[in-house]
Design a protein around this ligand. Structure first.
Ligand SMILES: Cc1cc2nc3c(=O)[nH]c(=O)nc-3n(C[C@H](O)[C@H](O)[C@H](O)COP(=O)(O)O)c2cc1C
Length: 372
């Protein structure tokens, strides 16, 4: 039987335990995508008990940010701050990894050639006009991922996570709902994984064999026409064959079409709602593990009760990630490891954290330190 406190190896990374911080956009970088004191504080406060810390979605191009305060690694001038961030995480005994992302048509509107980039022109916001990318543009963005990964490793991160979930750019290529291309980037689940594989291969070539490569994927997209678990497993197998070290299994919990000023757009959610059972995603991650042979990280309300311990106990998943509960109580992982579950200051699952990102730095109804 495995325990949360057991060590774990993922690729070249040696992790002191099996709890990870999943990527959590704080919207606290400066206008140039650089690390700020409040970012150093956020990660420093949360790294002290964790095995792995996956730093929030960090843009590979200036036109691929999720929010105006997204971190960036599109420029060498961003490496110094990211080195301080990696060091701050390592100092507390956790292993630092950074999530690399291009938000595609789900980006914050700040201009740039790839603002609104998408496989097939599906709209995600009323204020960002989507466009279907040319093959040259798809290749250009893959190069940006590789260059950003090179900077991440130069900054001292032990690995990178490619963001292939939540309907950002790579996820849009994977999903049949948002990818209706009829060139080599579209078609069945294998063909839709082409862009993800090209990014992975270019990143691997850039960073060499040592750094760990994680890939975050939607196990399912709970929306009509979205990706199924079978599709995700097909992509997962290809990722495994092409050098991924780990799959971080997330999902789209729900999505709906909205309309403003005659513009129809898709709004998607990536966190389980209050009424969903703790650990509702574990079986999806377990299936991915079984079918790909890769270590998997499971996520989704795993900060409650014995859900995290149960998920790793029988080997269904290798590691658990705890998101909102770590915003509400930075010591939640330490309390879980110490068996002091009743001392955890509970996340209310009110979704205020998500909503706050639309206005500025992330805030929390439980933890008033956030947003200061
Ligand atoms: C405020 C906030 C920001 C998030 N930012 C990211 C992100 O940058 N990248 C990502 O892949 N997921 C992001 N997520 C999703 C989380 O990583 C996680 O999958 C989700 O919160 C479910 O886990 P939980 O139930 O433990 O909170 C974010 C979630 C929250 C609450």
């Amino acid at each position: 039987m495995a325990a949360l406190s057991d060590e774990l190896k993922i690729g070249s990374m040696r992790l002191r335990n099996r709890i990870a911080l999943p990527p959590l956009t704080t919207n606290c970088a400066d206008k140039d995508g650089k690390v700020t004191e409040s970012i150093l504080r956020f990660y420093g406060d949360r790294s002290k008990h964790l095995g792995l810390v996956i730093v929030e979605a960090t843009a590979v191009r200036a036109d691929g940010r999720i929010v105006p305060g997204s971190l960036g690694l599109w420029d060498d001038g961003q490496v110094d701050g990211m080195s301080r961030l990696a060091a701050a995480i390592r100092e507390k005994g956790a292993v630092p990894v950074v999530q690399l992302n291009h938000a595609g048509a789900r980006c914050t509107p700040r201009g740039g050639e790839m603002q609104g980039a998408s496989p097939s022109g599906v709209r995600f916001r009323p204020d960002v006009d989507p466009f279907a990318m040319s093959i040259a543009q798809i290749e250009e963005v893959a190069v940006s991922f590789a260059e950003a990964a090179g900077r991440a490793v130069a900054a001292g991160f032990e690995g990178v996570e490619i963001h292939g979930a939540h309907f950002y750019l790579i996820s849009q290529f994977l999903s049949p709902l948002t990818n209706t291309r009829n060139d080599r980037y579209g078609g069945d689940a294998r063909a839709r994984a082409t862009s993800a594989l090209e990014v992975l291969q270019k990143v691997r070539r850039k960073v060499g064999s040592k750094p760990a490569l994680l890939f975050r994927i939607n196990a399912v997209e709970n929306v009509e026409g979205g990706q199924t678990l079978e599709d995700a497993v097909t992509a997962g197998r290809l990722l495994a064959e092409n050098g991924a070290d780990c799959i971080h299994v997330s999902l789209v919990t729900g999505a709906s079409w909205k309309e403003e000023n005659g513009k129809r757009f898709l709004v998607a959610a990536s966190a389980l709602p209050k009424n969903a059972p703790a650990g509702a995603n574990v079986s999806l991650a377990a299936k991915m593990r079984k079918e790909t042979g890769l270590p998997v990280i499971s996520v989704g309300k795993l900060g409650e009760g014995s859900a995290a311990a149960d998920a790793v106990a029988d080997g269904s998943v290798d590691m658990v990630a705890i998101g909102r509960q770590m915003i509400a109580d930075p010591d939640a992982a330490g309390k879980l490891l110490a068996g002091e579950v009743e001392d955890i200051i509970a996340c209310k699952q009110c979704m205020n954290c998500f909503a706050s990102l639309g206005k500025g730095p992330v805030t929390c109804k439980v933890n008033e330190e956030m947003g200061k």
